[in-house]
Ligand binder design. Structure first.
Ligand SMILES: [Fe+2]
Length: 916
């Protein structure tokens, strides 16, 4: 207890701050009078409620409780100096390359010559004489050299400050890295003040002063609204934000930490040829959200296109946004790069283009059982060590590529063929957000007839009547029994161009579903549309459930085309656009406008993790020209234009919250008597039912948090940082839609809670629902082909005879080729994987010190408990045999919104943010 034997004699307590005489543990205090000091001894460290203001902030005045070994207090008539200690936690890399190891050795050596890490403590108070913040002298970390060989992931270093008795509460630490090498500063804790340790959660890379001469500024965990910023921190708060904003010029270095905006003008590569040019997204012509600016020079052939950085070179994101090396770089993204660099060339060498079609369904099964023999051994060590895509097993001089069995095959190999499973996946699969309640029949198009011709649906009542259990269409509509997945308007404008590409064939589909008495859905009609070729063109065709062999295969092909539309819509309209791209501007704006000491920054912090990095990686290898999406999805090179059209025509931030989204799609109706103020029209809609549990937990947490800092609207209105964040998110980050009338206002605590709940929902639960089922459902290509290479033959087509002669062969030849399938499966496998350091909803780093507001730490633990209760409820639902969309023979449970998960491909787990 020697260290804990706190001495306030230490302990210097300004009388006006704490009435020690009223506290038994300070009962022996020696009262030195007003503006003098109490000298005392006590045991343990206590938070002094008596001198706390709201948020646990301490009022001015030194309260020092100092470990005995630190105490060398000098009490004089006027000034007293005592020592406090900084414990500096630095996180080491697991693996260093040669260059880094050398730099580390040099840095350790240079320590002897004064090239150290320096720390300076800054008070929340200003010196009345200078009107500048009170600062200690800079001290250095003294034991860096001693711990040079420490191999632990985290190493604690120490430094000691001499602090004057009138120093006040420490609010900031300035860090100077005079080494050559950057280091990851996880946290600093100052021990020695009477109110207990002062925590500085840092979680940031500190660059060498050679690269960034200014000292880094870190703030304690005390949240402050801008107008409450203590005088000593005001300038630093502004300086830090100014640094993060940059000046909008220059090419970014990888060690920079500047957040700025740009348009998507880096997807094409016009220097390689016109074929590789892609339109710039963002701006008047093609509206799109903004991305993180990198400032790379333009291409040689198009001044408006930014030159690309190709894999394996890293693309710029602010340094602290980069994936943590220790686990993610090796586990996930190393693998992704390994697949793209090593596996794909192998596949291309191993699969002959002549023999690219699957010849039978057992050819597909071989991927999981026997594996695909590759021409060469996989050389990449990473791939050999890492078990996924379970991929690569050495075998003599050849390699073998073997995939995990996707979950859709694990319980019922033939489930994918059944209509009820096709329909079940529309409400409980990887894309449960396209379905709408059919409110008028036949469905109508919103496309401009001047451009696209008259788009009257070919769906007639007679197509539906045989499947309505005796109901009329009108009655089925009135009783909320008809539903639709309508991709007509999203795809039709692009079909001419899509279908002109070799091996990419698409319809614009509409699928009508009937809700049975059991609560399951049944597909009852599929409308397939092609662009009109003239007044008498028969560009629309309706396929209904089969009653003979020929129609069975036509029906299967029609469902496959619906899945192909659905896979494209899922990836481009919902997953990428809504949960990746549209959040990026809010995140950039948060870093530029909200200080880390802003309570709303602290709330949002875990929900912004890794999103910029994964989006940058996506621009580099997934959504770019020749990227995975172009080659593996039906829209091919037009995929991002489809995404942009959806942004322009459909995306509305005010409709992104779950309740609003359900109501917009007619899947719920407002009902104030129900728990969430709405009634789901299809009771067993797993995404909606589980989603509302999570939505509600997030909403309660956010409301509690917002109420704590914004008891009334005037504080919201005068919060300059908050207003700047929201305004910039809209006016710069979503500049092309900035004039839309639907942007929610930010005037009241209720407005703020709604905006924040929506943001957190999108990055956590909605993204998880759309992301982690990609391999479990899509890893078996026939269940969910991302690409179709052939249309459905009609009797007059020359191919029709071949189709009749061997329908299975025709079906397989319409699916992606083997090479596309292998590539797609390898990539979605990785994209469906949780990394070992995943942080799930209800968890956060430094759970007890992320904020200095004890009340909000408690509230966060309540939120965590709510999330655990949601998990139990989801488990219970999955065991309920009356919920047939998630429980039954061979039916996969709906766990995509179950909050926790093990690492790997689990088809469950809700991370805090869009991390992959
Ligand atoms: Fe994702």
């Amino acid at each position: 207890m020697a260290l804990a034997e706190r001495v306030v004699c230490g302990s210097l307590v300004r009388k006006s701050c704490v009435n020690l005489s009223s506290r038994s543990d300070f009962g022996n205090g020696l009262n030195l009078g007003c503006d003098q000091f109490l000298v005392n001894s006590t045991r343990g460290v206590r938070r002094r409620g008596g001198c706390s203001r709201r948020n646990g902030r301490l009022s001015a005045g030194v309260v020092a409780a100092i470990s005995e070994d630190l105490v060398r207090a000098v009490v004089s008539e006027k000034a007293v100096t005592f020592k406090v200690r900084a414990v500096v936690t630095v996180r080491n890399k697991n693996k260093e390359d040669m260059k880094e190891t050398l730099a580390k050795h040099l840095d350790n050596f240079a320590e002897k010559f004064g090239r150290n890490v320096g720390l300076q403590l800054v008070s929340t108070e200003v010196d009345p004489k200078t009107q500048k913040a009170k600062k200690t002298k800079e001290v250095v970390i003294t034991d860096w050299f001693k711990k040079a060989n420490a191999r632990a992931e985290r190493v604690n270093y120490t430094a000691e400050f001499a602090v004057d008795s009138n120093f006040g509460v420490p609010g900031s630490i300035l860090v100077a890295n005079k080494h050559q090498k950057e280091f990851f500063l996880e946290s600093i804790t100052i021990e020695g003040f009477a109110w207990g340790p002062v925590h500085f959660p840092c979680n940031s890379w500190v660059q060498s002063q050679r690269d960034h001469p200014d000292k880094r500024i870190f703030f304690s965990n005390k949240p402050y609204l801008p107008h409450e910023t203590p005088a000593g921190l005001k300038t630093l708060r502004e300086e830090e934000l100014k640094d993060l904003r940059g000046d909008g010029t220059g090419e970014r270095k990888l060690c920079d930490r500047i957040y700025d905006y740009d348009v998507y003008n880096d997807l094409g590569n016009p220097d390689k040829g016109i074929k590789y040019a892609r339109p710039s997204l963002g701006g008047e012509n093609i509206p799109y959200p903004r991305r993180c600016r990198t400032g790379r020079p333009p291409t040689d052939t198009d001044m408006n296109a930014e030159s690309r950085v190709e894999k394996p070179l890293p693309i710029y994101v602010p340094r602290d946004e980069q994936f943590e090396e220790s686990k993610r770089e090796t586990f996930l993204f190393g693998r992704l790069k390994g697949v793209l660099h090593n596996l794909l060339p192998q596949l291309m060498a191993s699969i002959s283009t002549k023999n690219n079609d699957f010849q039978s369904f057992s050819d597909i099964d071989k991927f999981y059982k026997e594996g695909l023999i590759l021409k060469f051994k996989i050389q990449d060590e990473l791939l050999n060590k890492i078990p996924l895509p379970k991929a690569v097993v050495k075998e003599s001089s050849e390699g073998l590529l073997k995939y995990d069995l996707p979950m859709i095959l694990s319980k019922d190999k033939f489930a994918w063929l059944r209509d009820d499973e096709f329909a079940r996946q529309i409400i409980a699969g990887v894309n449960p957000v396209s379905i709408e309640r059919l409110q008028r029949f036949p469905p109508v198009s919103s496309l401009d007839p001047e451009i696209y011709g008259h788009q009257e649906s070919a769906l007639k009542e007679e197509h539906l009547l045989p499947h309505l259990h005796g109901m009329s269409v009108q009655r089925a509509l009135e009783e909320d029994r008809l539903f639709i997945v309508d991709y007509h308007d999203a795809f039709l404008p692009f079909l001419d161009r899509i279908n002109a590409q070799d091996g990419h064939k698409s319809y614009a589909t509409r699928t009508i579903f009937f809700l049975t008495n059991l609560g399951t859905l049944k597909p009852i009609a599929i409308e397939l549309s092609l662009p009109s070729t003239g007044p008498n063109s028969r560009s629309k065709r309706v396929i209904t459930p089969p009653s003979d062999a020929t129609n069975f295969w036509v029906w299967q092909l029609a469902k496959a085309h619906v899945c192909s539309n659905d896979a494209g819509a899922h990836q481009l309209l919902h997953h990428w656009l809504r949960t990746h791209a549209c959040l990026e501007p809010f995140i950039i704006a948060a870093h530029r406008q909200l200080s880390v000491m802003h309570p709303i920054y602290k709330l949002l912090d875990p929900h912004m993790r890794y999103t910029l990095e994964i989006n940058g990686l996506a621009r580099q290898i997934l959504i770019s020209n020749e990227g995975v999406i172009e080659s593996c999805f039906t829209p091919g090179r037009y995929h991002m234009e489809i995404s942009a059209a959806a942004y322009k025509n459909n995306w509305r931030f005010d409709m992104e919250g779950l309740p609003a989204d359900l109501i917009r799609r007619g899947m719920a109706v407002p009902d104030s008597t129900q728990p969430y103020g709405l009634r789901i029209v299809m009771e067993d809609y797993p995404y909606a039912a589980d989603g509302l549990l999570i939505w509600s937990a997030i909403e309660n947490w956010v409301k509690t948090y917002v109420k704590r800092y914004y008891p009334n609207s005037s504080i919201i209105k005068k919060d300059t940082e908050l207003q700047a964040w929201y305004s910039e998110s809209i006016n710069v980050g979503h500049a092309d839609l900035r004039n839309a009338p639907w942007w929610p206002k930010l005037n009241t605590p209720e407005d703020l809670s709604s905006i924040l709940t929506t943001f957190i929902w999108l990055g956590s639960a909605m993204h998880a629902a759309l992301n982690f089922g990609q391999y479990p459902y899509g890893g078996y290509i026939p269940n969910r082909p991302p690409l179709m290479r052939r249309l459905i033959p009609e009797e007059s087509d020359p191919e029709y005879t071949n189709f009749l002669a061997d329908p299975q062969k025709y079906f397989l030849s319409a699916l992606p080729g083997m090479l596309q399938a292998c590539k797609y499966m390898a990539v979605v496998d990785i994209l469906s994987t949780h990394s070992p350091d995943e942080e799930y909803l209800g968890e956060r780093q430094q759970p007890s010190t992320w904020t200095g507001d004890a009340e909000m730490i408690e509230a966060f633990f309540s939120f965590s408990a709510d999330i655990r209760r949601v998990e139990s409820e989801i488990e219970r639902r999955n065991l309920n045999p009356t919920l047939k969309n998630r429980c039954g023979a061979g039916v996969l449970p709906y766990e995509l919104l179950a909050p926790s998960s093990e690492p790997g491909v689990t088809c469950r787990g809700v991370p805090n943010s869009t991390t992959i």
